[in-house]
Design a protein around this ligand. Structure first.
Ligand code: ATP
Ligand code: MG
Length: 138
């Protein structure tokens, strides 16, 4: 069986693989919620990209997060391609999440009809509130 290297050397993985930077994360989230533009400056490989990805993936960020690395772009066409791919990728993952929430909802639906004593049929109010909760969570 192939073993996996536990030492991550590239890119941001998840909060469990990200150390410290708690003050900086708070500061970035504060800037975000106050609509401030931020420029992060540090020597190479200090963790600028990791910090941005970490902060913007926390639930507090509550935003659609588009990450585009423009370092390798050399002209306007490159910039547009990289930026457009990043936007589409971010929206895709949002749509995928919505689709899987809907799929889970419809899988969990068990149609049930019940006649009332006056001959009417139950109005499915519970299903509606479940669907509303589902939509709110996307
Ligand atoms: N807080 C951290 N905890 C764990 N690993 C980190 C942390 N910060 C950075 N790293 C790791 O260090 C490496 C460099 O981080 P990152 O790419 O974020 O740096 P950078 O400042 O954006 O670099 P560059 O100047 O090349 O763009 C990556 O492998 C990243 O996963
Ligand atoms: Mg970087």
């Amino acid at each position: 069986m192939r073993s996996r290297n536990p030492f991550v050397t590239q890119g941001y993985i998840d909060p469990a693989h990200f150390c410290d930077r708690e003050v900086e994360t708070r500061q970035l989230l504060d800037d975000l919620s106050n609509g401030r533009h931020v420029t992060l400056m540090a020597p190479r490989r200090y963790g600028k990209s990791g910090l941005i990805q970490h902060a913007l993936r926390t639930p507090e960020a509550d935003c659609v997060f588009v990450y585009a690395d423009l370092l390798a772009t050399t002209n306007q066409a490159d910039f547009v391609r990289v930026f457009a791919n990043a936007v589409v990728g971010a929206l895709d993952s949002r749509l995928e999440k919505a689709a899987s929430t809907f799929a889970a909802f419809f899988k969990s639906v068990r149609p049930k009809m019940k006649a009332d004593s006056d001959g009417g049929v139950g109005n499915g109010r519970r299903a509606m509130s479940c669907m509303t909760a589902c939509l709110a969570s996307t």
